[in-house]
Design a protein around this ligand. Sequence first.
Ligand code: CP
Ligand code: NVA
Length: 308
Amino acid sequence: MKHFLDIHKTDPADLRAMIDGAKATKNARLGMPKATLDTDQPLKDRMVALIFEKPSTRTRVSFDVGVRQMGGQTMILSGQDMQLGHGESIADTARVLSRYVDMIMIRTFDESVLLELSEYASVPVINGLTDRTHPCQIMADILTFEEHRGPISGKKVVWSGDGNNVCASFLHAAGQFGFDLVFTGPEQLDPEDEFIALARSKGVSVEIERDAEKAVEGADLIVTDTWVSMHDGQSNRERRHNLLRPYQVNEHLMSCAKPDALFMHCLPAHRDEEASSAVMDGPHSVIFDEAENRLHAQKAVMKWCIEN
Ligand code: CP
Ligand code: NVA
């Protein structure tokens, strides 16, 4: 049985097949109404549970629509409304849900919840974001980059800002898809050493450059994310803003990258904080393609899970 827990835990050939499959299925649906069923129905007669312990717009809607396009049905569950949020163990929840549904997607806080769920579930489990990683987002981002610029392998990606969960999955992807990554942000918010070491061990370059303008020289892609993630809480908001302000992606910073560099943000964004509206709505930005591609990339992930 295959779980989709993280990009570094998934074979590079499988990841490549998912991206290529997502492109093909997306193209085959061009211009069709959103509820049109795919020709291929890998989720026919399947039930998928979507569990949310944190808010979500994109993940919730894209998984729900994706399952339906593939012929399946969904059940959206809020962690707080389940016994899970009131003391029932994760292991028991996993065993119970596996008797009702064919696949589980979970968005949670601590990564240990995802890992325990996958250990005890007898159906595939998909990571829909934890405090530590967000692999489905980066699958969509790879698809988006390649639609606009061709193969991502050998390209230079710059992460500007907080070394958070989305940044971690970009580091995982660097190793698996073979691109170089430069992190630019304050030392206090560096990505975990483990993520950097793992990418380097796969032969790609990972650098830390405190000067944002230097960091983006020659960049093919600049990525940022909110300065305060859902798991950070609001208490450190001011401190984080002060640390991160020099790493805002604005038109000046974009102009220091390659002329055809792309700009990405997983959304939701705080406009004119981590990125200026001029960049978000400007010619380099592909943020809404990323959002759309959550749907197509995750369908490929679910197909891989269910067919293995
Ligand atoms: N990018 C992303 O995961 O968005 P949501 O929080 O809206 O799901
Ligand atoms: N880093 C953000 C991503 C939201 C999709 C968070 O975890 O809140």
